[in-house]
Design a protein around this ligand. Structure first.
Ligand code: AMP
Length: 396
């Protein structure tokens, strides 16, 4: 895997695809600059080598139209503050404004280009547009994992015009490395914890996990389709009748492959989808009619926790319950705690591709796991075993 650490940028111009698609309020004040912070190490390394950086990104969905609301000019000052260096701005990402600003760029300087998506060619993956972007610099750096699953001009096509002068930024390298650890090179036992609402949306990832893990934990709402398929009574819990047969096939396949499957044993249930009504705990296969699961309960927390604590490589995708309501976040937090413990004991843990990322952040476990992915859709597609265009364009 080629990263910026394989290049010396002295006297070179790097064009870096970053993800500055940040949230901001009506006064263009950025409300969360995590994505800007995330590229600081990459920019610093290039500048420290004596190179210069041209940053390119999209912002919002301007649909190929120049729209002030989505102009990156509004974030220049903030980017400058975060990077700790003045940042120049080009009012277009191609054509004369970009070419002139890029040509004038000196070592140690940073230039931000206007929103790539002001041109429909970006999302179409237009070759000529990509070639124009490529002509601005000597080396292409991709540090935008969040868009790596798109074959856009700036995320993939541009790489064709850079010869060997292309590499991953440090953020992207970390994402790619983490995926590799979970799917291929991680120390065993490898454990995947899957939760969330529906089996249907998790099928590709379940199948992929069956190829690589030793232990598969199935919690959250989707566990109940499995439990029902196995003959249990799940009351009003979430279920997908069309996926019962498939659930049984998954369990059969797991058996063939020697993957141990752990499914929810007991549940905190309610009669309404609310956090103000009474709760009852049932065994997950003996839930009375009228009651529906909202979270995993004590026995399951221990059952899952024991597997997690013995793991050397852990992937977590999907919450164990309706964690948006604090009352039903207990099981999800218990998983975070078990992962924290395993990580402290030397395991590698990746949280990625779904609401578990939001949960980990919400409950303050971001720094207690090995890595929290920055790319929702991109991480999910990777974990489903898809080759992402942005990664393929540079090569692993
Ligand atoms: P996903 O996007 O598939 O990862 O699903 C995340 C959603 O699953 C969250 O909004 C949770 O509230 C929901 N969820 C988790 N457990 C349950 C459950 N037992 N019943 C209903 N929804 C659940």
């Amino acid at each position: 895997m080629k990263t910026i650490n394989d290049f010396n940028f002295a006297g070179k111009k790097a064009i870096a695809r970053v993800d500055f698609n940040v949230p901001y309020d009506e006064n263009f004040t950025i409300t969360d600059d995590t994505r800007i912070q995330a590229v600081v190490p990459t920019v610093k390394k290039i500048l420290a080598d004596g190179g210069s950086v041209i940053l390119m990104s999209h912002l919002g969905r301007p649909k190929g139209q120049v729209t002030d609301k989505y102009s990156l000019s509004h974030i220049v000052d903030h980017v400058s503050k975060v990077l700790g260096v003045p940042v120049k701005f080009a009012s277009d990402c191609v054509g004369a404004p970009a070419q002139e600003a890029a040509a004038a760029l000196k070592p140690g300087e940073v230039l931000l280009l206007e929103n790539l998506r002001f041109h429909p060619e970006e999302e179409k993956g237009d070759e000529e547009f990509a070639k124009e972007l490529a002509s601005l610099a000597d080396i292409y750096v991709n540090d935008a994992f969040g868009t790596a699953h798109r074959a856009h001009a700036s995320t993939a096509i541009i790489a064709k015009y850079m010869g060997e002068n292309k590499c991953f930024g440090l953020l992207m390298a970390k994402e790619v490395e983490s995926i590799k650890k979970v799917l291929e090179t991680g120390e065993h036992p490898v454990c995947a914890i899957l939760g969330g609402s529906k089996v249907s949306s998790k099928l590709p990832i379940i199948y992929k996990m069956l190829e690589s893990v030793d232990n598969l934990i199935i919690g959250g709402g989707m566990a109940y389709t499995f439990i029902k398929a196995l003959g249990g009574n799940i009351g009003n819990s979430l279920q997908e009748p069309d996926y019962m047969q498939i659930s049984l096939e998954i369990l059969e396949k797991a058996k063939e492959r020697g993957v141990k499957v752990y499914i929810t044993k007991d549940a905190v249930t309610t009669q309404e989808f609310s956090d103000t009504c009474p709760t009852r705990v049932f065994d997950a296969d003996k839930i009375e009619d009228g009651w529906g699961a909202m979270d995993i309960a004590e026995k399951t927390m221990k059952y899952f926790g024991d597997v997690i604590k013995e793991s050397k490589t852990i992937l977590w995708n999907g919450p164990m319950g309706v964690f948006e309501m604090d009352k039903y976040a207990v099981g999800t937090i218990a998983m975070a705690k078990a992962i924290e413990e395993a990580t402290a004991a030397g395991a590698f843990s990746l949280v990625g591709g779904g609401d578990s990322v939001a949960a980990v952040k919400k409950f303050g476990y971001e720094d207690k796991v090995s890595y929290v992915s920055t790319g929702g859709g991109a991480m999910l597609e990777s974990l489903e075993g898809k080759i992402l265009p942005g990664i393929a364009a540079i090569g692993e």
